[in-house]
Design a protein around this ligand. Structure first.
Ligand SMILES: Cc1ncc(COP(=O)(O)O)c(C=O)c1O
Length: 371
């Protein structure tokens, strides 16, 4: 029997990997666990579950400025991104896939499996629009995928510009908005994305809920086949309780967004000033960035710094959670022109809805001590 996880006097600065569950989300999940009916069943128990599922879908759709039928639930961000890339490419008969060089591994490796070519980025970490324009002009591109904000350094991509270029030549455009939804305003049609993906656990919802928002007319084959759930886009009984938790977490994140961003911006300034004070470089210092992430290049191996910080009670990461635990060179930093050595020396600090000034101070003190 496992007890609740209660680490003594820990400081958690790894929200970009996974954020603590918001209490409203936890309460909602617990409440919905009693609704055992299958949302696809026609009896009263099934319909009660269906009503809640529809309600969660409506809440999420409203918050993103789209109609509810455009929302498809998956098991997480990884599955959502797989569905978009594989599903659109399978329906696009032999066309080329262009994926930015700085994507999360779930897009990058899926892209590689599909023979994607990489859209390069400049030294500031921004995709090269000139390169993309030339490639789109060849008329043989089936899908473009550029993330909204990078998960290692928080750099925001010029998504509206990319979307407009794709739209002008009729090429579908996907953006992985895992690090922006719930953190900065995201209105799908204003961004211009044909497919936008995110995951609930980055903004205080539960792990295991992903979302694809797509244009209804978009040709995309399902990857998980079976029943007709999610309008035939993704088979399998929906995870009703977790989806409900995701909806209320997003509701709270959006309602509190201005206040949470103001605090996060101040924390970012404190962390960056402290890091620079001990001679560290902040990645993407002069690029537009989300407020809740800062990546710094240290003089040590990143994993040694992460372990040193952990021993001092502070949880941070090397970049992407999926890559942590290995001495891994950051493909993002390499794409930005950092050396192979520098690309192993970065660490990421990230914060969110429950972070206090005391947490940030503890993080800065530990960083000072470890370095
Ligand atoms: C940018 C980005 N995309 C996708 C994912 C994967 O999401 P999930 O953990 O829900 O599979 C992550 C998680 O680290 C991420 O940061």
């Amino acid at each position: 029997m496992f007890g609740a996880f209660r680490a003594p006097a820990r400081t958690y600065l790894d929200y970009a990997a996974s954020a603590p569950l918001r209490p409203v989300a936890k309460a909602r999940i617990v409440e919905l666990l009693d609704l055992f009916g299958n949302p696809s069943s026609i009896h009263a128990e099934g319909q009660a579950a269906r009503m809640e599922l529809d309600q969660s879908r409506r809440v999420i759709a409203d918050l993103l400025g789209v109609r509810a039928e455009r929302v498809v639930f998956t098991s997480g961000g990884t599955e959502a991104n797989n569905l978009c890339l594989r599903g659109v490419m399978q329906a696009s008969s032999g066309k080329r896939l262009l994926v930015s060089a700085i994507e999360h591994d779930c897009v990058r490796n899926t892209g590689k499996a599909l023979g994607a070519e990489e859209i390069p980025v400049d030294n500031g970490g921004l995709v090269r629009l000139d390169w993309l324009r030339e490639e789109l002009a060849r008329g043989d591109v089936g899908l473009v995928s550029v993330m909204h904000a990078n998960n290692e350094n928080g750099i925001l991509q010029p998504i509206e510009a990319v979307a407009a270029m794709c739209k002008a030549v009729g090429v579908p455009f996907h953006t992985d908005a895992v690090q922006t939804v719930g953190h900065v305003p995201v209105h799908v049609d204003e961004l211009g994305a044909d497919l936008l993906t995110f995951t609930a656990h980055k903004f205080g919802g539960p792990r295991g809920v992903g979302v694809v928002v797509l244009k209804p007319e978009l040709e995309m084959l399902a990857s998980i086949t079976g029943g007709a759930q999610e309008r035939n886009r993704r088979a399998g009984t929906e995870n009703l309780a977790a989806i409900g938790g995701a909806a209320v977490a997003l509701e709270e994140a959006v309602a509190n967004m201005n206040a949470e961003r103001t605090v996060a911006r101040a924390f970012n300034a404190t962390v960056c000033a402290a890091a620079e004070g001990i001679g560290l470089r902040v990645v993407g210092k002069d690029s537009p960035r989300v407020e809740h992430v800062a990546q710094v290049i240290t003089p040590k191996n990143g994993s040694d710094v992460v372990i040193g910080m952990d021993l001092k009670g502070v949880a941070i990461s090397q970049g992407s959670a999926c890559g942590s635990g290995k001495v891994k060179e950051s493909h993002v930093l390499r794409a930005m022109g950092y050396s192979a050595e520098e690309a192993t020396q970065a660490v990421r600090l990230s914060w969110g809805w429950a972070t206090t000034e005391g947490d940030i101070q503890a993080g800065v003190n530990a960083l000072n001590a470890v370095l």
